[in-house]
Design a protein around this ligand. Structure first.
Ligand code: KG4
Ligand code: ZN
Length: 340
């Protein structure tokens, strides 16, 4: 389906796959008119992780206020929208259902096309919301690193993904969160380790890097590293943990694994650029190391577009809107939805 003026499409997207309730309006696939995120981090901090039932209940409580704020900040009415999108998966089933059902209800009531969007594709499209968007060419390599995912995708064109590798166990963000907890840092562990590592010595402890065989190609593994950190800290008096050094040494091991596989894939596939997306792409050591290791452009979104948000879902929805028919309102959420 081709629309007359895709550069003017206005899309309202909702994102409720995990613990952020988010709504955003994006124009032309790249101009963010509003991007509202109500984070539940404080609510889940006491559990040290996301509590699914609490997350879905909170989404229901705040989603209408979040949508209203997104529409107000965009200075548009529902009649000005070309379509409504929501995250279909992957994510927590109860949380996904809130955003999908509210979006479908709005689409039905306002007679707008509806699109269910893959959360991972949303992260990938977060780069199209940046000023680098006009420079993006294919093929490109995207390293998607978040709380639930560590994936390498080769992207040959819009909507064309080849999954080159992923984690065999823990996701990178999950490793950050678990190690953050054992170091006594606040939840989520990723940003806390990033900050703590600043004052630490990254060579203080040489934690093991996963040795992957040829058969595992571009795959990653972080559970051995996490176990090594847990085992190592038993040597210390719990009240006198050298937190900064341990955070920096752990972070260096994660970054080295991520950079080495990504550089290998970038060379093998002769890509034009490497994109870092997802919550962990906010990590400053990762950004620095990847940029140093490659001569091609290394791009990453600003921190607010690294972690979960609805603007990235709208950016991905834009490419669906100009290329295909809308989804049926019978479309279901898929908690384990894959990409490619
Ligand atoms: O993309 P995201 O918001 O949610 C998922 O889709 O999972 O990613 C959240 C993850 C958490 O594990 C968090 O600890 C990590 O991203 N994270 C970071 C940083 N900021 C967020 N990890 C390392 N360094 C950071 N600066
Ligand atoms: Zn995410």
């Amino acid at each position: 389906m081709m629309n007359a003026a895709p550069q003017l499409t206005r899309i309202l997207a909702l994102e409720t796959s995990c613990d952020e309730t988010a709504a955003a309006v994006v124009e032309g696939g790249s101009r963010v008119l509003s991007n509202v995120v109500a984070s539940q981090v404080d609510l889940h901090a006491r559990y040290g992780g996301v509590f699914p039932e609490v997350a879905s209940r909170k989404h229901i409580e705040v989603i209408y206020a979040v949508i209203e704020q997104a529409m107000q900040e965009a200075h548009i009415g529902f009649d000005d929208l070309d379509c409504i999108a929501a995250t279909r998966g992957p994510g927590l089933v109860g949380s996904l259902l809130v955003g999908m059902n509210v979006a479908k209800g709005l689409a039905l009531a306002r007679n707008k096309p509806f699109f269910g969007i893959n959360h991972l594709e949303g992260h990938i499209y977060s780069l199209w919301l940046t000023e680098a968007a006009p420079e993006i060419t294919f093929p490109l390599l995207t390293l998607l690193v978040s709380g639930g995912h560590t994936e390498l995708y080769l992207m040959r064109d819009h909507g064309r993904y080849q999954h080159l590798g992923g984690t065999l166990d823990d996701a990178a963000g999950e490793a950050f969160d678990k190690v953050g907890r054992v170091l006594g840092l606040p939840y989520p562990g990723g940003p806390a380790i990033d900050r703590a590592a600043e004052g630490g010595n990254a060579t203080a402890v040489h934690f093991p890097r996963a040795v992957m065989t040829e058969a595992h190609g571009y795959d990653f593994s972080f559970s051995g590293l996490k176990t090594a950190v847990i085992r190592h800290i038993k040597h210390y008096d719990p009240n006198r943990l050298p937190v900064a050094d341990l955070a920096a040494s752990f972070q260096a091991a994660v970054v080295e694994s991520l950079v080495s596989k990504t550089v290998q894939a970038a060379n093998d596939y002769q890509v034009t650029a490497v994109h870092l997306v997802g919550g962990v792409s906010a990590n400053r050591a990762l950004r620095r190391a990847m940029s140093t290791a490659l001569t091609i452009p290394v791009r990453y979104p600003p921190p607010s577009l690294c972690t979960d948000n609805a603007a990235m879902i709208a950016a991905a929805a834009h490419w669906h809107f100009i290329r295909r028919h809308p989804d049926s309102l019978d479309l279901d959420v898929v908690p384990s939805l894959a990409l490619a």
